[in-house]
Design a protein around this ligand. Structure first.
Ligand code: GAL
Length: 731
């Protein structure tokens, strides 16, 4: 009897252990309706928050706000170029601490969608690829190329192993329920033909072979091989169906706004339009929506891609760049999530029964197993409101909207009816004094000293700098005979320079003669300007500037930067003089960069000069000053409107590139664009694209914070001020 009860007990514990293991080792699965976590199908709302675009001190607050906004999942890319700055040397510290970020998401009780890529686009420098990758012999990015595949597999395995070691996949009891391999490969796949197709198959097989126990997705890749799920990205995704009837309909990027580029306008997407798009997707049978971005944040340092992407990556997201809630966007989406969740059982149980209510009006009706009923009533007319009858009841449907009825009777939410709360943002002056200004001028005369390299002809910039700096000096000289007739006549010479982008400042005998820049749409540009040369030796020094490496486009790794093409002088007695193939000397970066002037510790005191700032509007000037942190806990920014273009650091941390170039895009207000009628609103015309630059509170000490600015064109540093960001919510 005793032996019997022992063996009974033993088998009971085996069963318990088995059940327990089942519970913690439940893989994430999917069927045609949804992703199932621990066997439970779910409608999931997700939001992109990229860990390096804020600070570790901000993460917990951002995640909590996302949770309070009704999100279930946090989505992030993995940023290869931050993590592996040189081959085999890894960095996962501070803002790059991916594991810590994921653990905080878990702590908040949310899930993670880990978009490993490792190509990530994302308006991020080089689309996330480390620049050294371009120089691996024989490499060709994102295609059926052995060196590329080897490097991609190695990094992907490294990340997956890190996650496994920390038990972060849901199959191990962790929060990661989905992973992404590649990113929007469809356009390349079409262009690259059989090699593209072979690469997609290889990428899927490589990822699936890592046995994470959670599904992989490929966004915007119709040929995603099984079991990888192809997903949609866009302003609207209700036209989208997965490539197999047994895969769920997932929307990995529902664009909440848009990014901006220097010189372009800022964008807003009205929340009515976003909520309408999401409701359209859900009524079509979609079961996962990720807001890209839910918090956009900041492209600190030189992480912005493009070229020309701004330092701010605010994106008009529900949580703004500074971590503050943006109303009415945040609350309206929160209400939408609540309404959809009330319909979850019916939505997951059945396909919609579609009832035509009028020429633009429809009802999508869903039934749950227990006989419950949920309905989405839609009006696709852009211009007119509608009155409809559904189940013998009358409903008013505002134009371009969907009403949600979790019981098929009562409207709990309409996408066009936005609550009265609206955030009013103010950038308010603080009483902070920025003091003890010192300056240092780059010496243009010494840029072709013995440390520079001299060759015949024009070299490609990235090949020389390897992106260790935005800057490369191209210097040559021209001998002018005193018999030249332009000297006598007083007529000017003209210098014309062809470039591959992104910008240049031209110095003649040490004096700034002019500048020219490309744009995001047209990065190649030419410079043509009258210049003054004197008899004898004249020095032409061109400071060529990269403004973020490209992050999108077929084989963007082959795109050139710098003075490329030709440099020609017109107006001499011989006619035009081609300088292209003469001797040029090259110097990477600035003297101030080599001397590490941005760092508070390693500033050699000898180089700095105390001076009156009013008289110092020189190009290529470094400025340094100190300030005490303002009290309170409002987010802070630097107002850079008195400056031109450059970079700025606080206590050695790079705030990013600044540029006060005015918006030259159109600001025609809000317009409906394209076949799916997305609404984009442009604003900011008349002023700079970006005036304020986020200063994370955690980068400040109470007193004596160092502020270092490098100004390219010439500005008034005394006008730089620290402002605080206040949002008040009007009801
Ligand atoms: C998508 C891409 C994202 C981001 C977005 C625009 O096509 O997948 O990484 O670049 O566009 O913000």
């Amino acid at each position: 009897m005793a032996a019997n009860s022992v063996s009974h007990c033993f088998s009971l514990s085996i069963i318990m252990l088995f059940l327990y293991l089942q519970l913690i080792h439940c893989n994430v699965t999917y069927d045609r309706k949804a992703i199932a976590i621990d066997g439970q199908k779910r409608i999931l709302f997700a939001g992109s928050i990229h860990y390096p675009r804020s600070t570790p001190e901000m993460w917990e607050g951002l995640i909590q706000k996302a949770k309070n906004g009704g999100l279930d999942v946090i989505d992030t890319y993995v940023f290869w170029n931050l993590h592996e700055p040189s081959p085999g040397n890894y960095n996962f510290e501070g803002r790059y601490d991916l594991v810590q970020f994921i653990k905080l998401v878990k702590k908040a009780g949310l899930y993670v969608h880990l978009r490993i890529g490792p190509y990530i686009c994302g308006e991020w420098n080089f689309g996330g690829f480390p620049v050294w990758l371009k120089y691996v012999p024989g490499i060709s990015f994102r295609t059926d190329n052995e060196p590329f595949k080897k490097a991609m597999a190695k990094f992907t395995q490294k990340i997956v192993q890190m996650m496994k070691d920390e038990n972060l996949f849901e199959s191990q009891g962790g929060p990661i329920i989905l992973s992404q391999i590649e990113n929007e490969y469809e356009p390349e796949s079409k262009l690259y033909g059989p090699a593209g197709k072979a690469y997609v198959k290889w990428a899927a097989k490589m990822a699936v072979g890592l046995n994470t126990g959670v599904p992989w997705v490929m966004c915007k890749e119709y040929d995603a091989p099984d079991p990888v799920i192809n997903t949609c990205n866009g302003f609207y995704c209700d036209y989208f169906s997965p490539n197999k009837p047994y895969k769920p309909t997932l929307w990995t990027e529902a664009w909440t706004g848009w990014f901006s580029d220097f010189g372009g306008p800022n964008y807003q997407r009205p929340v009515e339009d976003l909520a309408f798009a999401v409701a359209r997707f859900i009524q079509k049978g979609g079961s996962f929506v990720n807001y890209y971005m839910y918090h956009g944040g900041t492209n600190f340092g030189r992480t912005a891609g493009g070229p020309f992407i701004t330092t701010s990556y605010d994106y008009d997201a529900p949580i703004d760049e500074y971590g503050l809630i943006r109303q009415p966007k945040y609350d309206h989406l929160k209400e939408l999530h609540k309404a959809v969740k009330l319909c979850e059982k019916a939505l997951l149980n059945s396909d919609p029964n579609i009832v035509i209510l009028g020429s633009y009006e429809k009802a999508h009706v869903f039934y749950s197993e227990s006989g419950g009923c949920a309905a989405f009533l839609s009006n696709y007319n852009l211009r007119s409101n509608a009155k409809v009858t559904f189940n013998n009841m009358h409903y008013n449907l505002p134009r371009w909207s969907i009403s949600i009825l979790p019981d098929c009777q009562n409207v709990v939410f309409n996408t066009a009816k936005v609550g009265p709360k609206a955030s009013r943002v103010q950038m308010v002056p603080t009483n902070v004094k920025i003091e003890s200004w010192e300056t240092f001028n780059e010496d243009v005369h010494s840029v072709d000293d013995e440390s520079s390299m001299t060759v015949k002809g024009l070299l490609e910039q990235l090949n020389i700098t390897r992106d260790t700096s935005d800057y490369l000096w191209y210097t040559t000289s021209v001998r002018i005979s005193s018999s030249e007739s332009f000297l006598r006549k007083g007529t000017p010479l003209t210098l014309s320079i062809q470039t591959a982008g992104h910008g240049i400042h031209v110095f003649i005998n040490g004096q700034l003669s002019g500048s020219a820049f490309g744009t995001q749409q047209k990065r190649k540009f030419s410079f043509t300007k009258n210049i003054n040369l004197h008899p004898g030796e004249n020095k032409i020094s061109i400071l060529s500037i990269a403004v973020g490496l490209p992050n999108i486009g077929p084989h963007f790794e082959t795109w050139n930067i710098g003075v490329q093409g030709s440099v020609v002088l017109h107006g001499l007695d011989e006619g035009k003089k081609d300088l292209t193939w003469q001797k040029w000397s090259y110097k990477v970066g600035l003297k101030g960069e080599a001397d590490n002037l941005s760092s508070p510790n390693s500033i050699p005191s000898i180089v700095w000069t105390r001076g009156s700032l009013e008289t110092l509007k020189h190009p290529l000037t470094w400025y340094k000053a100190f300030f005490n942190a303002p009290g309170g806990d409002n987010p802070l920014a630097l107002d850079m409107s008195g400056m031109g273009k450059g970079q700025v650091w606080i206590n050695g941390e790079s705030i990013g590139r600044y540029w006060t170039i005015s918006v030259n895009g159109n600001c025609t207000g809000c317009s409906y664009v394209g076949a799916f009628r997305q609404t984009k609103c442009h604003f900011g015309c008349g002023g700079p694209t970006q005036q304020w630059y986020h200063v994370p509170r955690s980068w400040l000490k109470p007193t004596r914070n160092s502020l270092v600015v490098f100004e390219e064109i010439g500005g008034d540093a005394s006008k730089i001020s620290i402002v605080k960001r206040l949002t008040t919510t009007d009801k």
